[in-house]
Design a protein around this ligand. Structure first.
Ligand code: ATR
Length: 280
């Protein structure tokens, strides 16, 4: 029987996940499909029951359901537990629902796809202290990166997040700005510079040193103002397209056991977003 997978969220029509997964399904000659499902917050419990009853084999979870979904799952992996957020659900052969979180690991894989181990052993700066910062910092730590410094508009939130990441410390934005040349890897995880705003940066990039890898998890626009300014100072860039593709690839692998082509997909999504932009 044809298998089906889904992504649930609100809103959902903008999601590029269906196109990405359908292409991987086709490339790997699988008898399956992947559909977007619009689920409002108040309907989440019913939606989970329906997905299960209608034979969905697995689904992705996006905003605003990543934390709320946990109460409806039978088990979640340690990383998702630490994040208190799930973005991937597998329906196990016995029917139980298993949640995991591939966002942070997706970032690490996208970084390594482009830059290998270049950033290992150096200082890392993470800008932001929300869910994305938590996932990325934790995954970087687990993958052997660090020491990690966190900075955020609201310093208390960075200080709080620090307590969850071994050896991490928090500094105020002004202090981070002064120390920018000390980092091998700088990751921008806030929403500043996204979509309609397009302009604006979370901190002054003046002191970014040549050769620093500067990442922004935003992929629309493909090159945020922060990345443009970093480029002017000789930084090596990474935008959010790769993280998006790799979080999806990790989910695809959990469901099908197949590791899909991520480089080709990153190129295609970049084109879809109107870019001939290359990261380096
Ligand atoms: P996500 O899950 O995408 O990380 P989030 O948990 O809402 O989203 O976190 C948003 C992050 O972007 C926070 O670090 C937030 O800073 P505050 O903790 O000070 O709110 C940051 N952010 C959002 N808008 C910002 C802005 N205009 N300037 C600076 N930081 C901003």
């Amino acid at each position: 029987m044809k298998k089906w997978y889904a992504v649930i969220g609100d809103p959902i029509s903008q999601s590029m996940s269906p196109k990405m997964h359908d292409e991987w399904i086709e490339n790997n000659s699988l008898h399956a499909t992947y559909i977007p499902v619009h689920v409002k917050e108040e309907n989440l419990a019913d939606a989970v029951a329906s997905l299960k009853n209608l034979g969905c084999s697995g689904w992705n979870v996006t905003v605003p359901h990543k934390t709320a979904i946990i109460q409806y799952l039978d088990e979640i992996d340690p990383f998702a537990k630490q994040m208190n957020a799930v973005n991937t659900v597998e329906v196990l052969p016995n029917g139980s629902l298993h949640g995991s979180n591939t966002d942070g690991q997706g970032f690490v894989r996208s970084l390594e796809e482009l830059y290998g181990a270049r950033c290992k052993g150096g200082e890392v700066l993470v800008i932001g202290a929300g869910g994305a910062a938590r996932g990325i910092s934790y995954a970087l730590h687990e993958a052997g990166y660090g020491p990690i410094t966190l900075t955020n508009r609201t310093l208390e939130k960075a200080q709080q997040l620090c307590t969850e990441i071994p050896n991490a410390k928090a500094v105020a934005i002004a202090e981070a700005e002064n120390l920018l040349s000390a980092y091998n890897l700088i990751i921008q995880t806030t929403s500043v510079g996204m979509n309609f705003a397009r302009k604006g940066m979370p901190l002054n990039p003046e002191k970014i040193a040549k050769g620093t890898v500067v990442a922004d998890i935003i992929y629309n626009p493909l090159k945020t103002e922060f990345l443009s300014e970093a480029e002017k100072r000789g930084a090596l860039l990474l935008n959010g397209t790769g993280m998006f593709v790799h979080q999806g690839a990790l989910a695809f692998e959990k469901w099908t056991g197949i590791r899909p082509n991520t480089e080709e997909m990153t190129r295609k999504i970049t084109e879809t977003l109107g870019g001939t932009y290359v990261n380096r």
